[in-house]
Design a protein around this ligand. Sequence first.
Ligand code: PMP
Ligand code: GLU
Length: 395
Amino acid sequence: MNTQLSDRINKLATSATLAMAAKARELRAEGKDIIGLSLGEPDFNTPDFIKDAAINAINENYNSYTPVDGYVELKNSIITKFKRDNDLSYDASQIVVSTGAKQALYNIAQVVINPGDEVILPCPYWVSYSDIIKLSGGVPVEVTTSIENDFKMTPAQLEAAITPKTKMLWYSSPCNPSGSIYSKEELRALADVLQKYPDIVVVSDEIYEHINYLGTHASMAQFDDMYNRTVTVNGVAKAFAMTGWRIGYIGAPTYIARACNKIQGQVTSGANCIAQRAVITALEAPVSNIKYMIDEFKNRRSLILNLLNDIEGFKCNEPEGAFYVFPDISHYFGKTIKGHVINNATDFSMFLLEEALVATVTGDAFGNPSCIRISYAASNEQIIEAIKRIKNAVS
Ligand code: PMP
Ligand code: GLU
């Protein structure tokens, strides 16, 4: 606690995913052979056709400030993408391009939440939701789900979590970290509950849309009665292997999009111009251009599940999308392994880092203290070696 700093920052948690990645980097610099399965980051290079578009943009002198909410051409390609992939119709006033989906989420929280407003978060949720909400004065209301229900929130749970203070519902589907995907019917059942509460705004984070092993993706905004109060969040980081390019976007009711534009105008002036040009090319390309990466993630999912299911005390659901497994490892709580006392998922994740030299993320960061998250956006060799080390460490 530093009294020179604001209460706001003193209360803010450090991003657990980024902290673990930094720790792994630090240990590697000390010469330790760490396998990093903590960060959700594709290990592919950005496809050449996208890189070429960025190079062309530099040579064509795209170097000025862009419109705050994004180039008109990019907004048009986002509109076309929403129609093509999601059957969602937006006009340009409803689209805002931001510095990653993360900034899009931050904008939404800042413009919708007043201090004391409650935001329902089905657990496990993506690590940054909770702190982004708290930064705006909001109160995260965690809804615990179970591995038996594939980590999905039921309509009855949603209903029970709603209070007069509920302002929003936030979730990701496919979910980071569980990989679960809400079907259209499941979303409809949640929407039916929300019918009684017309003022609740929904954030549907669909950044893993294309990393989907079921083949069908549904969006809350596809329901006419939800369209005017749902913000659809997406981005290119995951499916196009563009994490560092920092481009995300929303399709939203116009009043929310305009408010996001306003805050962004005061905070960033808009997203990077070269990255925006490259993303036009990425989004206009047929989705088949990135299928090789999705196919590879699918193979790795089978590989890692087979290996993990062979380790005592690892209970896995079968993730339907994204590139994480989220095993329940509570079997180890209360045990001492190789001198390490394991009382919770954080102890277990630190034990794996120290004894197996494998970086994972504690489930606590995602609102689920019984699990750890393992990213399989890594090579087959790394996955095989990492799980072998984990198995040796716990046996
Ligand atoms: N939402 C989810 C569910 C994520 O996993 C991530 C991870 N990057 C983000 C949003 C943020 O994406 P971006 O890198 O575009 O900021
Ligand atoms: N979304 C990724 C993850 O969950 C990237 C890290 C981050 O932005 O927190 O690991």
